[in-house]
Structures are given as C-alpha cells and as structure tokens.
Design a protein around this ligand. Structure first.
Ligand SMILES: [Zn+2]
Ligand SMILES: [Zn+2]
Length: 276
C-alpha cells in the first residue's frame, strides 16, 4: 500500500481568549517552535484571536487558517461546530458569536448557583480567578472545584459535578448546529463537526450533513484509533472533508506540544476548500 507523505497539523487549538491555558502570544511561540505544516486556533465562540492579535499570525502565511469553535445544542446534548477559513471582520458570524461572552458568563453563574444549592463551597470569584480575563468555560469551574477541594482532579469535577449528566449542568447554547452550519457556510467558511465521539454527536451526523455540514474531525485526541478509522470511512461515504486536531488547551504531560500526524492525501480535500 503506498502512502502519501504525512503532514504535522493541528486544526483545533484554544488560547486564554476562551478556555485555553496559554495566552495568544505563548501559543503562537509554541506553534513556531513546534513547526506545524498547517494549524488553526479555534477558540470557543470568538474570533478574538484574529480580530485582536491577527498580526501574530502573519509570519505563518497560509499555514495559519482562521477558525472558531461554535457551541450548539441539539437533542439534549452539546455539539461543537468548527468554522474554518471564515473572513475576519467585526461582523463575521454576527448573531452566532455576538454577545457570547455574556452568555457564557451567565451560564457559569447558573452552574455555580446550582453547585452552591448542592452544598458545594464555590463562588464566581473562584471561577473568574481561573480565567485570566478571557471567556468563562466549564474547565475554569472544574479548576476552581479542584482548588477548593470539592474535586480530586479535572475529570472528577466533570464526572461528579458539571458533566452533561450532572444535576448542575446547564447547556451553553440555544443555538442549533444547523444554524451554526448555515452561518459558517454563508460567509464562505468550512463547517466541520468537532470531536464527533463526544456526547455521541456522531449519531446526528446525517442530519448535520443534510444541514450543510462540509467536514468531520476524523483525528482527535478524544478518539481511539478505531474511532478514526470508522470516521474516515463515514467521511468518504458522505463526501465530507477530513480534519485533524488535538483540541489543544495547553501543554499536558501526554501532549506537551500541539500537532498530530496525518496523511497529506487525507487532508487535501480540506485544504482545497479552505485555501481557495
Ligand atoms: Zn469542543
Ligand atoms: Zn475545542
């Protein structure tokens, strides 16, 4: 079997503008040191990286692909839709991204209130201290729970306190995936289903394709190798482009750097759409 050359890419990374642990400049320095062939910083519900720090990415030329990860909600579960190659401007994805910061803060307040009602000693101040001034997400609440001793570690915090099956869970969005997909496609972006195995998003794949979904994140650190093989088959059957990302939120022991290896041939469909 002949294999095409492999590329090192990471099309799914976060900064402190949403819930990542590295500031934009720190992440950009790490990307430069790592030497990725293509990458995208896709913060949750904001293009702040591009609107406020676009100049940091100029040196990467076409290796840097614009991106955003939009939170949506469908059939009782949270689904994340990535939008790539969107044009950068204050009105981009207006209505989908507008006011998300206040929506996310309001959601955190609701979760913290529910936790307090359950007797967990945690305050909004504890959570806000974890954010570094960026948008609030559940990882910040998880870190505050660990710091306060209410959870052993981040996964324990999600499992027992703030995961989607917990009493304190509040959905982050009333936006539907179809609305996010339509908005991303309408501005010329490429809509991609993020980490399809999470929250069984994969079950909804065909309805998302009907709504105009263009691609699927086949390689993700949330997947096992057999997941990627199955998702690759599904992508090919449905004529979807394939992407790869680690959902990098900062260095960890297992993943000190962003990036994953992918066959150039498998990424070509995506690159053709996004680098047009
Ligand atoms: Zn996500
Ligand atoms: Zn993500």
């Amino acid at each position: 079997m002949s294999r095409s050359p492999s590329l090192t890419v990471d099309l799914h990374m976060h900064t402190t503008i949403s819930d990542g642990r590295l500031a934009p400049s720190e992440l950009v320095d790490l990307i430069a040191a790592t030497g990725l062939d293509y990458f995208s910083i896709a913060d949750h519900d904001t293009l702040g990286m591009y609107l406020q720090h676009g100049e940091m990415l100029e040196r990467f030329g076409r290796r840097a692909i614009s991106g955003v990860e939009v939170s949506t909600f469908a059939q009782g579960r949270e689904l994340h839709i990535l939008g790539y190659g969107v044009p950068i401007g204050p009105a981009t994805l207006d209505g989908v991204l507008t006011d998300r910061k206040s929506v996310r803060r309001e959601r955190a307040v609701q979760i913290v209130t529910k936790l307090q009602e359950q007797g967990v000693r945690i305050s909004m101040d504890d959570v806000v201290r974890q954010t570094g001034g960026g948008m609030i997400g559940r990882p910040h609440i998880a870190r505050a729970l660990v710091e306060s001793g209410a959870a052993r570690d981040i996964s324990d915090a999600f499992e027992r306190h703030i995961g989607s099956s917990c009493a304190a869970f509040v959905p982050s969005s009333t936006l539907t995936p179809a609305e996010a997909i339509a908005a991303i496609n309408a501005c010329g972006g490429v809509s991609v289903l993020a980490h399809p195995t999470r929250n069984a998003a994969e079950e909804l794949l065909d309805s998302l394709v009907d709504a105009g979904l263009r691609g699927i994140e086949v390689w993700s650190t949330s997947h096992l190798p057999h997941d990627a093989a199955r998702l690759r088959t599904k992508a090919r059957e449905r004529n979807l482009v394939m992407t790869a990302g680690t959902d990098f939120h900062g260095p960890t022991e297992a993943n000190p750097r962003p990036g994953t290896s992918v066959d150039a041939e498998d990424l070509q469909g995506f690159l053709d759409l996004v680098l047009r």
